[in-house]
Design a protein around this ligand. Sequence first.
Ligand SMILES: [Cu+2]
Length: 171
Amino acid sequence: MKLTNTLPLMLAALVVASGCSKSDSTSAPAPAAPAAQATPAPAAGARVVTIEANDAMKFNVVRIEAAAGEELKVVLKNMGTLPKEAMGHNWVLLNKGVDMMAFSTAAMAAKATDYIPPAMAAQVLAHTKMLGPKQTDEVTFKAPKEPGEYTYICSFPAHAMAGMRGVLVVK
Ligand SMILES: [Cu+2]
């Protein structure tokens, strides 16, 4: 019957054990939270769409259909092995009517902002960060209310032109 009392202590002990060995770490109560989140819960309501990117500059999902206003969680996984500087990947959803080529061209000069050109940031509906090999990032957003086709791309230099793009179709 003492189980409910000892569990938090065990968690605290784990946190302390995995943290630094300085004695003052025992006085910090806050780090118990990360240990309790060992099992990640999916965001309620969001439909998960997992997209893999690779060294061949391709997304394995090139068409996503969604209802207007539907909550989506895009999980981007870079399956490649080439270094980020040479073969980084992100997932950038553009607003309807945005010129994909113009955006990609502007993105080439936007390395400092993770290849999201600041002057066109307002045209981006959602995006992940730029990923190196074996990295994953996710973004949760609501599909646009207006039906139609919304292009998504990888904005790493030349990748969208090489075919690294797809379309979100809002019904
Ligand atoms: Cu890419």
